[in-house]
Design a protein. Sequence first.
Length: 312
Amino acid sequence: MAAQLDLSLLATVKDPELRASIERLGNVIAEAPRDDVGAPDAIKLTAKIIQFPLFPEATRPVSNDMARSALFSCVQGKDRRFIKDALLATVADKDIRFTGEQLNQDDHDLLMQMVFMAQNKPLGSWVMVPAYGILQALGRQIGGKQYRELRADIARLAAAMVIIRNTETKREVFGHHLIAKAEQDEKSRHWIYRLDPDLRALYGDMTHTLIDWDQRLALKGKDLARWLQLYIASHAKPYPVKVATLRDLSGSRTKALKNFRGKLRLALDDLVDNDDIQRWEIQMPQDLLFVDRGTAISASQRRHLDRNKTRT
């Protein structure tokens, strides 16, 4: 049976043009080929029940593997470059290779929002949302320019190719697209999209962190501070880390450590002002950053981390 879009609310839509566009989207989904055609019944059943965990309304989820790597860098949009099969800086037991237009913190916010909107649906199924709803959630203005920028952002995420290798098991998974497919009705500006079901492993109880969304939006335009916010939040208790390591993991294009250290200090002050951390210190000569989150951690993050701690 073809995938279906829930159109139960269609009868409540009064605008005839909007009704027609939603019907067209429903027809597109109904006619789309299924990835599990010909698969055993057990596989089809399993695919139907895979979904993200439920996220509190005031938060957005971030994958720890993504937060602790240069996949979503701190570069500004004007400084993007095209990358082909590049090994990105990361930590722990993962290698990440990337092909596509370089992703930054605006792209990360968009992915976090799209994952949040998909949480109540089986992974791989279609999600429909108006473009203005995405823009509002991201704290962006709404207008022709912003609609065009959103289109470019979604296209960038859909085109990106991510290869993840587990350095312990020596297994490499090809074919990760952050967005499996996306379509837009140009008249209604409604988007429908599907996320890669393989993303579920990156948002397990032990592999994702909840971010206070208001605090996140308050750092808009402060790209290094935004990257640091996610990196620090992904650790229950941040451990000392070298400044040079943070330069590499953040994807910063500032090569001179002296210059990056100056930007890092400003970004850390931004996090203090934003109540993400309580204090910080760079100790020399080791050039190690120490961060104290204190009581800055949000209640939702604390519940999430406490739940994870009981499972370890």
